[in-house]
Design a protein around this ligand. Structure first.
Ligand SMILES: NC(=O)c1ccc[n+]([C@@H]2O[C@H](COP(=O)([O-])OP(=O)(O)OC[C@H]3O[C@@H](n4cnc5c(N)ncnc54)[C@H](O)[C@@H]3O)[C@@H](O)[C@H]2O)c1
Length: 286
């Protein structure tokens, strides 16, 4: 089956955004007889953490090639360029501006592994450039941005998948099947627990000059202007409203989603309440 047709045929399943690349199993279909026409060229935007993890998974499949890497941090970019070369023994083109990368005609799929405040713009631009997209979760920071992204995927007729990989895990599918079988009877309540503190313990430090090699203005992008602070930057940004939604969105999209999926909930909640406080780390950011 020709590459494009295969992707299109998979589109209905992917449309919901819930099939991991490894599940598509291009590798098994094409292993050992990948012609140049069947190659899938990938470009990665945001190379430090999850973006790189995704790309490494993509590259398990022999028909996938990484042709371009983009990051606003030259140090990250150089490190990942070396890592990618180690995996495949080929050099990727390097970009600091994702729009330049999107001008390339040879890129089929773009992986977006940037902080959440960038997802909407980059995803919509990638769709407009005719690329299919694997965008990390949470889809974006507002419902309005999510709606714009769905509209972009439809308008440009792109295959888009979101990094909520739990939806592809066998054990979660077994959970869903078991609940749907009715063996548990009528379920009155579902509790979801998340017991993480990573990135949450952030003793404040003063702002500092932007380190060499970092294009901080572009990192801020659509977020409000401010001076550089290491504790609001790589990895730690998720704890600040300007860029993310704390662990509630970081992990909520994974684990709350499992409860909603299990219970076949597709609408909006009737009521939400929360309580909290800064008990364990009172010197933390407010
Ligand atoms: N699916 C999962 O299990 C999972 C796990 C971790 C993170 N994530 C998601 O992955 C995304 C990235 O998270 P992370 O922890 O890897 O963050 P990170 O801060 O470690 O990495 C983000 C990278 O994006 C780069 N970047 C920022 N703005 C850019 C721009 N405009 N153009 C190019 N590069 C830019 C940064 O320099 C950095 O290298 C987030 O949306 C996060 O929620 C998903």
């Amino acid at each position: 089956m020709e590459r494009r047709k295969f992707i299109r045929n998979s589109a209905s399943a992917i449309a919901a955004g819930f099939i991991a690349p490894s599940m598509l199993n291009y590798g098994n279909l094409f292993a050992n007889h990948v012609s140049a026409n069947d190659k899938i060229n990938v470009g990665l935007i945001g190379c430090r953490g999850m973006g790189w993890a995704n790309l490494s998974d993509f590259l398990i499949h022999p028909e996938v090639d990484c042709v371009a890497l983009c990051d606003i941090d030259q140090n990250v970019l150089n490190r990942r360029a070396a890592d990618a070369e180690k995996l495949r023994n080929t050099k990727s083109a390097l970009y600091g501006d994702y729009r330049k990368m999107l001008e390339r005609k040879d890129i089929d799929i773009v992986i977006i592994g940037t902080p959440d405040h960038w997802h909407c713009l980059q995803m919509a631009d990638a769709c407009a450039a005719g690329k299919d997209v694997y965008v990390e979760k949470p889809i974006a920071n507002s419902i309005a941005e999510c709606d714009a992204m769905v509209a972009a995927a439809k308008r440009y007729n792109r295959v888009v998948q979101v990094g909520q990989q739990q939806r592809s895990g066998d054990h979660w599918h077994e959970m869903k099947k078991y609940i749907d079988s009715g063996k548990l009877g009528k379920i009155a309540q579902v509790n979801v627990w998340a017991n993480f503190n990573y990135a949450a313990i952030l003793n404040p430090i003063p702002d500092s000059p932007v380190p060499a090699g970092i294009d901080f203005d572009t990192w801020l992008g659509p977020a409000p202007m401010r001076t550089f602070n290491e504790k609001r930057f790589h990895g730690a940004w998720r704890m600040f409203w300007d860029y993310g939604g704390g662990l509630m969105t970081d992990w909520g999209v994974h684990l709350l989603d499992m409860a909603l999926w299990g219970m076949n909930v597709t609408g909006m909640p009737n009521r939400i309440f929360s309580s909290g406080g800064q008990f364990a780390y009172p010197d933390n950011y407010a």
